[in-house]
Design a protein around this ligand. Structure first.
Ligand code: PLP
Length: 353
């Protein structure tokens, strides 16, 4: 730390992204990327946009907002595109949390919520999951803060039903409820249909997982016009050109190939069921996932040992050291071939023991 670093950030513990090592070629099952490339239209549109990079990107993101609003069945001033959904989440912390409006979230959930609370100097009210890693919705009734729920949750993969989120919305009419739907396309129930009815609901989604565009950095907030207008105030006060022209074009292209996205999500969901069954056969406990990853623990080998041994074999998965989940690994669902390689490697590791 330099002697110039602001006091207010001196204690900040930054988010630790999943590793992206370059020293050798790994089978990457650690950051929940798609094993499939973006649609060809997305690639072509991005290449075309690259020819005009001398110009600023469109701060209003008009074509992209229209295309995404269409997909969601809402009006175009009910969506806001951001630089990954991490940015819309940070905007929500900036816009809707305060000293006396803490951020409320689960003890085991997306690690960035804690960091956003800290950097925005907002208190965090952390609610433990149940023993079985499910969310008890009643813990969120009358929460007196801005609620952040990843649904499906990460890294557990477990989803709440739409009507359960609706009960949280009803019980907190004076609090914003942010539903982070990063993984919803793999089998969850989206809360977008509730937006008309609840002006306190903000849904966030990303193109990083189901739409194969993690490297493009594109996310969205979807909510009432008033909420979106607040978030636009934050955007225009930080970075009006937050979506670069290539990403904007790629996003439009990807949305023109929605059937391609659907097909990839179906394949991933099938491969997830295959992986789950195979892991169970090997004696793993696998939480019921509605995402493109599984969260699994073995009764034969520790979570950190399995992580290390897989890494030695050229396979990266994600291990978290937090006590409650240190026996687990989070494994991204890839192609069927990738899953076969993973299962063989795990079988070998268990036999070596
Ligand atoms: C991946 C992820 C995000 C954000 O992803 P971006 O790449 O910034 O869009 C947000 N929430 C959860 C729970 C995630 O897993």
């Amino acid at each position: 730390m330099s002697r110039f670093f602001s006091q207010k950030y001196a204690c900040l513990v930054p988010y630790t992204p999943g590793e992206q090592p370059k020293e050798r070629k790994y089978l990457k099952l650690n950051t929940n990327e798609s094993p499939f490339p973006p649609s060809e239209k997305a690639q072509r549109y991005a290449a075309e946009a690259a020819r005009h990079l001398e110009l600023y990107s469109d701060p209003e993101c008009a074509p992209l907002h229209e295309a995404f609003a269409d997909l969601c069945g809402v009006e175009k001033d009910m969506v806001l595109a951001t630089n990954g959904s991490d940015e819309i989440l940070n905007f929500a912390f900036m816009a809707f949390c305060d000293k006396d409006t803490p951020a409320v979230f689960a003890d085991i959930t997306y690690g960035f919520y804690k960091v956003f609370a800290e950097i925005n100097n907002v208190p965090a009210k952390v609610i433990p999951l149940r023993e079985d890693f499910t969310i008890n919705i009643e813990d969120y009734f009358g929460a007196t803060g801005t609620i952040f729920i990843a649904n499906p949750n990460a890294p557990t993969g477990i989803a709440l039903k739409r009507n359960e989120i609706e009960q949280i919305l009803k019980a907190n009419p004076d609090n914003v409820v942010v539903v982070d739907e990063a993984y919803v396309d793999f089998g969850g129930e989206s809360c977008i249909p509730l937006i008309e009815k609840y002006d306190n609901l903000l849904v966030t989604q990303t193109f990083s997982k189901s739409r194969s565009m993690a490297g493009a950095r594109l996310g969205f907030g979807i909510g009432s016009k008033a909420l979106i207008s607040d978030l636009k105030t934050v955007k225009y006060s930080t970075n009006p050109y937050n979506i670069n022209s290539m990403t904007m074009a790629a996003g439009v292209g990807q949305l023109l190939d929605e059937e391609y996205t659907r097909k990839n999500c179906r394949t991933i969901s099938e491969n997830r069921e295959f992986l789950t069954e195979e892991l169970k056969k090997l004696g793993f406990t696998v939480l019921p996932s509605k995402t493109n990853f599984v969260f699994a623990r073995s009764n034969k080998i520790g979570g950190d040992v399995l992580y290390t041994k897989l890494r030695e074999k050229g396979i990266l998965v994600r291990h978290f050291s937090a006590e409650k989940i240190s026996e687990f690994n989070r494994i991204t669902v890839g192609t069927r071939d990738q899953m076969d390689i993973l299962i063989s490697a795990i079988r070998e590791i268990l036999e070596e023991k």
